[in-house]
Design a protein around this ligand. Sequence first.
Ligand SMILES: [Cu+2]
Length: 188
Amino acid sequence: MRRVATEVLSFRALVLGVCLALPGVAAVAADKAVPPAPNAEASAGVVNVQDAWIRATVKGQTATGGFMTLRSSQPLTLIGFSVPGVPAAELHEMKMEGDVMRMRAIKSLPLPTGQVVTLRPGGHHLMLMGLKTPLSAGSTVQLELKLRAEDGRVLTQTVAVPVQGGAPGGSGGMPMQGHEHPGHGHHH
Ligand SMILES: [Cu+2]
């Protein structure tokens, strides 16, 4: 458990460090605090969701990532998500700035019809923040995706997402590579 705790701490440090270091993040976050659209309607699986998982957290850890593969049957834009009991949720992207990988909030992510859009460690991801209690491996959360249709209607789709310690199917030993190695490349 010693190793895991160390990784978690470095991840947490990065979240705090990177997010706070980016002047744009606070503004973007405040900007997207749009009240839920009263006419939001539940969509019956308009988006095919595969391989969804949220990385488990330990006591004291306040942020973690969510990942999934999305394929929409109509042109939609992912504009946010929510998880019961999680105070803050943002769409994030990872981007190389110079030779440093950083993450920042984005307002939306297009889901073109039939196109596979992957949220993954080191790429676009769902960011769960302000956690007051740990998300335990083995539990499941009801994550609600907020989707905007071309005509402006807001749809929601609820996905049951398992909380896990690592990537499903053991694909790669460093599921949070981007997060865990913020300085990677910095000291080459
Ligand atoms: Cu993030």
